[in-house]
Design a protein around this ligand. Structure first.
Ligand SMILES: [Zn+2]
Length: 257
């Protein structure tokens, strides 16, 4: 019923005429779109279908953790006025547009908590693996690499925004990832630009067209199990970092004090 949905706009128009409309006009602005990917959740991306995620963790597998936390991140974002949308490992739809793409993961035992972001590098695109995702990441296909879907572009402005978002999430995650809250693995913060090709050239960055694109390793299985079991706490750090970023960019109204 389009006529009904248009009614609030006319209310705002009246408020503008009266000179007091900044709050309702902001509230009715287009809600920012955030894509939340549960890492490794099926259906998975061609070329990465063998990457089924780490085992263990507080819920038995990485996928169980990722889907649980992704749902909580989405709920918190919606409560803050964000248009949160879910995607499995197969980025759906291809070329998803919006403000943010975030992929939720945990690291295997011996790993760490960290936040990776999309790096713009014309000499290197997404990682290739053997077959459907085995062996070490390579900038070029192996013989027998399964054909990838078309890649989107990671521009220098996407890199800047992705790094900014990664810093906001890292600040929140780092404040919570402490021994008193059950964390035992190292916290590495934002991955250095040339630090980890697995996190800097993650395929998901090349299937979305959002302004910012990041991957969060919320912790490491084993040493961080007690921390990772607090899925509301973990989801709150990721959602909180995204909200901080959107507010800084003016895409969400500032917090009320
Ligand atoms: Zn993962």
């Amino acid at each position: 019923m389009p006529s009904r949905s248009r009614r609030p706009a006319s209310v705002v128009a009246v408020c503008v005429a009266l000179g007091g409309a900044t709050v309702p006009a902001t509230a009715l602005a287009a809600r920012p779109v955030v894509w939340v990917q549960a890492g490794h959740e099926g259906p998975r991306e061609p070329g990465y279908r063998a990457q089924t995620g780490a085992g263990g963790g507080p819920f038995g597998s990485e996928v169980a953790f990722n889907t649980r936390v992704a749902a909580r991140v989405e709920a918190r974002l919606r409560a803050a006025g964000v248009d949160a949308r879910h995607t499995p490992g197969l980025v759906t739809p291809w070329g998803a547009r919006g403000a943010v793409f975030v992929s939720i993961h945990f690291d295997s035992p011996g790993g760490q908590a960290a936040v990776g972001y999309a790096v713009s590098n014309p000499a290197r695109g997404e990682n290739y693996y053997r077959g459907e995702g085995s062996a070490t990441p390579s900038p070029t296909p192996y013989p027998g690499s399964v054909r990838h879907r078309r890649a989107t572009t990671v521009s220098p402005s996407v890199e800047r925004r992705s790094r900014s978002l990664a810093r906001f999430i890292s600040r929140r995650l780092g404040a919570a990832h402490t021994p008193s809250k059950g964390a035992g693995a190292p916290f590495a913060g934002v991955t250095p630009r040339n630090g980890n090709v697995r996190m800097q050239y993650f395929y998901g960055y090349y299937r979305a067209r959002t302004g910012a694109r990041v991957l969060v390793e919320c912790g490491a299985a084993g040493a961080d199990d007690a921390f990772l079991s607090r899925s509301d706490l973990v989801a709150g750090t990721v959602a909180g970092g995204i909200i901080d970023y959107l507010r800084r960019r003016g895409s969400l109204p500032a917090a009320r004090s």
